[in-house]
Write a protein that binds this ligand. Sequence first.
Ligand SMILES: Cc1cc2nc3c(=O)[nH]c(=O)nc-3n(C[C@H](O)[C@H](O)[C@H](O)COP(=O)(O)OP(=O)(O)OC[C@H]3O[C@@H](n4cnc5c(N)ncnc54)[C@H](O)[C@@H]3O)c2cc1C
Length: 258
Amino acid sequence: MRTAEEKFYRARITTRDEFSPGLWKFHLDPGGEFQFVAGQFATLGVQTSQKLIERAYSIVSSPYERELELFVELVPAGELTPLLHALPVGAYMSLRKLAKGRFTLDLKSGHKNHLLLSTVTGVAPYISYIRTLYKDWSDNRPPADIHLFLLNAASRSWEFGYHEELEQLATKVPWLTYIPTVSRSHEDTKWCGETGRVEDLIRKYTDEWNLTGSDTTGYLCGHPQMIELGKGILLRRGFAKESLKEEVYWIPPKTLRR
Ligand SMILES: Cc1cc2nc3c(=O)[nH]c(=O)nc-3n(C[C@H](O)[C@H](O)[C@H](O)COP(=O)(O)OP(=O)(O)OC[C@H]3O[C@@H](n4cnc5c(N)ncnc54)[C@H](O)[C@@H]3O)c2cc1C
């Protein structure tokens, strides 16, 4: 059996930015070499007097960055997030040395188009794809002939987390189209952009962008209901099951399931 030292790093928080109550991003010095592919997740943990509590978190940063960046939503009644949320800059947490996950960019199918759908923190793996592609593109190692179409939702615009970065990149590079949408526009009256949930907008934008099952891979990340509904819409639009990738962040309690 492997020892704790072989399995875990002690990762240190180097920055912390809470930009909306209960939504924050932070950087971690992993405490050793941490290899991953854009789209994978890290397993973070906090040791209590009884046990080590661990959860999965999609990595926001690109493998080209030295530190790991994470984007987390506080679940007030949750086991881990209240403990993570209380950690200041300089505090340590456990980090499994192995990154995991298959929610990586599909470069095998030959599809030119990649439709990225997300709710709030579900944008995390897409930021990692985009930063990685951007670094390659800026270094004159252009990515394969692909185009990313990102449809990202939050209840209110101050919950986006990466809005400015995405907006700037989308004006700079020819391979990214970005549409942010706000679902509670009545609570965000200054918002002038798109409104509605992701699942309300999939038909409109797949039509507008001319995305079909034969040339597009669909990705769905974050809220389980958006993923379930979104998948149904894309399947009915002719996407093959094998062309859909999903990262479900949590399983709703049974009473809330439809
Ligand atoms: C592959 C993967 C990647 C993930 N990446 C991220 C990420 O980048 N950022 C992030 O914030 N979370 C992410 N998650 C979710 C994360 O792993 C935890 O489940 C979440 O942070 C809640 O942990 P907790 O211990 O506080 O709550 P728990 O004790 O695990 O959950 C308590 C209850 O809250 C429900 N619940 C859990 N999360 C939410 C939520 N966000 N909203 C509403 N109800 C919820 C659960 O179903 C449960 O009923 C990811 C999950 C997976 C599987």
